[in-house]
Design a binder for this molecule. Structure first.
Ligand SMILES: CCCCC/C=C/C(=O)SCCNC(=O)CCNC(=O)[C@H](O)C(C)(C)COP(=O)(O)OP(=O)(O)OC[C@H]1O[C@@H](n2cnc3c(N)ncnc32)[C@H](O)[C@@H]1OP(=O)(O)O
Ligand code: FAD
Length: 666
């Protein structure tokens, strides 16, 4: 019997029809980013302190202490190697362990940068940069997360002492969930209702010291702790998501982040001439980073599933000879290749979103707020779309790996458990899609008033055409024309948005219509977000892309991405009359052909992610394909195999066996 061998992957690599090195640069974004990323990944992979293969077997306390050790080592290495901010952030990324540093650098520092005045930045950022203080971001409460306006924590100005009093008036007002809060952070940006002169003035951020810098004990008036063990083994349990109750804790007035709203010594509240939503700026920033992260998590799962599918063989042999690689089954391809294509799609849309965010930031600094609603809709919508798809895709990759995918040594269960809360944090995905829908309905109603849509809604300006057009696809090849594909996506999105706007107007109030039609609104929002991803991917493959065959591979992936969505949402494309059933069949035919074209390149397309075996953390996804020996070696290392006769034998197995023997003698 011939069994799968490690040569499978070498064979696969020899079939590649493109320059993998050049694709690595495209994936990374530039030669510079590739070099930094590659170097940081290797530093982590070669350092035994960053070992992570025992994580799922550790108890919570041991696990957490292990994370603290790793975080301290990250800081030490970053200092020793004099890493730049870019390098240090990559180093943390490849350590691949949720920990307080994520919140310190990912939310606390950005909140101060975005919401603090220049003086506040000058005071706090050096302390944070040198890690003389450790910070986190406390917005969510036990009773409210999505509804930020419903937060209960108060920050009441006391003009007698020139201080704010931070107070948690009820159990439901306890801050609940902030990462890094439970056990580590010394400081926090707390979001609270500003009260001055007996009046409420909305939600703002306040810097509060939580713990003594001498002995780490909570400061007076602060009750603080961890909220408990979370989903999955290892996974997000390395993080001390925490709770805190403030019992009239006093902070100096200048600890309120005052970039957009100032409270004077007398207690007067002066709003700057900027939209009040600027206070939500940190969320917009983080949502944008989450879109980029989605492509990393998705590509990691896909890399494992593609390599393993090339190694794994089942059936297909009459004479016990060589069997079929499961990657050759069309059903496997139809489940896996759209995910591979989505990984590339999310990578490119993530890069574009970074650009959009930089653009809006520049405009805001020049007091141009015109693109803020669009930036909010794009970051919210793409965060929702990419995290939902990625979470589902990781689970699909687990199933694509059959039984072995369910083992922790596949890396997939822990990846899923770590990743899935991305659908919830930084805004529940449905709540965020409803924000996009709100923006779309507004855009549609402005069209009627003759206002020209801009940015990602520019296509809606072509309203008459989009409402009437019928797809011209009359052969499978027609589905490889960017204009044909884009028109179908734009027409579907526009018609769904217009139908929602029209139906809302039939209700007594827009609010009532919005609430009743929210299911349709969410679908319209997804359709719009898919227009963004598809059009950015098409734009990308229309650019000059160096490297033999690289552009051709990206074109194949681009059309797989678009056509699999047409298949997935065929009900919507058909019911809106954008395509006919015959055209849907042609699109499917083309999709099957594209699967055949990507097949010989699949392993090389995941090699282009350039992941180290350390980062993948998977017996199934190893670069060398040595799957079975690794699975066996890891099984032997399981704590349960420390002894041949298990602990508990004398107490619990032997008595059962004895009892059974006694009974059988009766
Ligand atoms: C390093 C990564 C680790 C991750 C760790 C996780 C951290 C966290 O989870 S932190 C907590 C994150 N929490 C959330 O994301 C909460 C989600 N909720 C919200 O963002 C908001 O409350 C809301 C957007 C869902 C609703 O806000 P609300 O004030 O009630 O707003 P309205 O729906 O009435 O909208 C008013 C107006 O404001 C616009 N808008 C809302 N958000 C933003 C924004 N971020 N930027 C710009 N504009 C925004 C909204 O579109 C409305 O506009 P109009 O329609 O023009 O009135
Ligand atoms: C791992 C993790 C880390 C986190 N880290 C932080 C942190 O560092 N700092 C911080 O402040 N917070 C943090 N959070 C909290 C997080 O931001 C909130 O959990 C999130 O915003 C969702 O809010 P919620 O829990 O109130 O959900 P809810 O709003 O209670 O959602 C429950 C359900 O209600 C639905 N729903 C709610 N409102 C609507 C609506 N208007 N229309 C339709 N459906 C609706 C949702 O779709 C969902 O299905 C973290 C959460 C997790 C899981």
């Amino acid at each position: 019997m011939v069994v799968a061998s490690v040569d499978n992957l070498a064979d696969e690599r020899s079939k590649a029809q493109f320059d993998v090195g050049a694709m690595k640069i495209v994936w990374a974004g530039s030669k510079h980013v590739f070099d930094v990323t590659d170097r940081m990944a290797r530093i982590v992979a070669s350092d035994p302190e960053f070992r992570k293969d025992n994580r799922t077997t550790l108890g919570r306390k041991e696990l957490f202490k292990n994370t603290l050790r790793k975080m301290a080592h990250v800081v030490k290495r970053a200092n020793e190697l004099r890493l730049t901010e870019e390098e240090a952030s990559k180093l943390r990324f490849f350590v691949d362990e949720p920990g307080y540093l994520d919140l310190h650098w990912g939310m606390f520092v950005p909140a101060i940068k975005g919401q603090g005045t220049e003086e506040q930045q000058e005071k706090w950022l050096p302390l944070a940069s040198r890690m003389e203080i450790i910070g986190c971001y406390a917005q969510t409460e036990l009773g409210h997360g999505s509804n930020v306006q419903g937060l209960e924590t108060t920050a009441t100005f006391d003009p007698k002492t020139d201080e704010f009093i931070i107070h948690s008036p009820s159990l439901t007002s306890y801050k609940w969930w902030p990462g890094g809060l439970g056990k580590v952070s010394t400081h926090v940006v707390v979001y609270a209702r500003l009260v001055s002169g007996g009046q409420e003035h909305g939600i703002y951020g306040f810097i509060v010291q939580l713990r003594s810098l001498d002995d780490h004990t909570p400061l007076p008036g602060i009750i603080i702790g961890d909220i408990g063990t979370k989903f999955g083994s290892g996974a997000y349990n390395t993080m001390d998501n925490g709770f805190v109750c403030f019992n009239r804790v006093r902070i100096p007035r200048n600890h309120m982040l005052m970039r957009f709203c100032q409270v004077t010594r007398e207690g007067n509240v002066c709003l700057s001439d900027v939209p009040k939503q600027m206070v939500y700026g940190t969320m917009v920033y983080v949502r944008q980073t989450i879109v980029s992260d989605a492509s990393w998590a998705l590509s990691r799962a896909v890399c494992i599933a593609v390599r393993y599918s090339a190694i794994r063989r089942q059936f297909g042999s009459q004479d016990r000879g060589i069997e079929t690689q499961v990657l050759d089954y069309k059903t496997q391809q139809s489940r896996l290749f759209p995910l591979l294509a989505s990984a590339y799609a999310f990578r490119f849309v993530g890069e574009w979103l970074k650009w959009l965010y930089a653009d809006v930031t520049e405009r805001l600094q020049a007091n141009d707020f015109s693109t803020l609603p669009e930036a909010h809709a794009c970051t919210a919508g793409l965060k929702s779309l990419t995290t939902s798809v990625t979470a589902d895709a990781i689970e699909e990759c687990r199933k694509l790996c059959g039984g072995h995918g369910y083992l922790c040594s596949s890396g997939l269960p822990e990846l899923f458990a770590v990743y899935v809360p991305a659908c919830t944090y930084e805004g529940d995905n449905v709540v965020l899609l409803l924000q996009v829908a709100r923006f779309l309905v507004k855009t549609v109603s402005r069209l009627a008033a003759g206002k020209k849509p801009v940015g990602t809604t520019t296509y809606m300006g072509n309203a008459e055409h989009l409402m009437q057009c019928k797809s011209s696809a009359s052969s499978p090849e027609d589905w490889l024309k960017p204009s044909v594909v884009l028109e179908a996506f734009e027409a579907r999105a526009f018609r769904l948005a217009v139908a929602c706007a029209r139906d809302i107007s039939k209700f007594s109030t827009p609010e009532a219509g919005f609430a009743e039609l929210s299911i349709d609104l969410v679908e319209a929002a997804i359709a719009h977000c898919e227009v963004i991803v598809v059009s950015r991917f098409i734009e990308k493959v229309q650019q000059d892309i160096p490297g033999d065959g690289v552009k051709e591979q990206l074109q194949i992936l681009c059309f797989i991405y678009a056509l699999h969505l047409i298949h997935k949402h065929s009900g919507e494309f058909l019911s809106t009359g954008c395509i006919t059933p015959e055209q849907a069949t042609l699109a499917n035919e083309q999709l099957r052909t594209l699967y055949g074209q990507v097949r010989p390149n699949a392993v090389s397309l995941v090699d282009a992610f350039n992941y180290t075996d350390h980062y993948l953390g998977s017996a199934l996804g190893r670069y060398d394909g040595n799957v079975y020996a690794t699975l066996y070696a890891q099984a032997l290392r399981d704590p349960l195999n420390d002894t041949v006769v298990p602990d508990g034998y004398e107490e619990f197995i032997r008595p059962v066996l004895k009892q059974t023997m006694r009974l059988s003698r009766l």
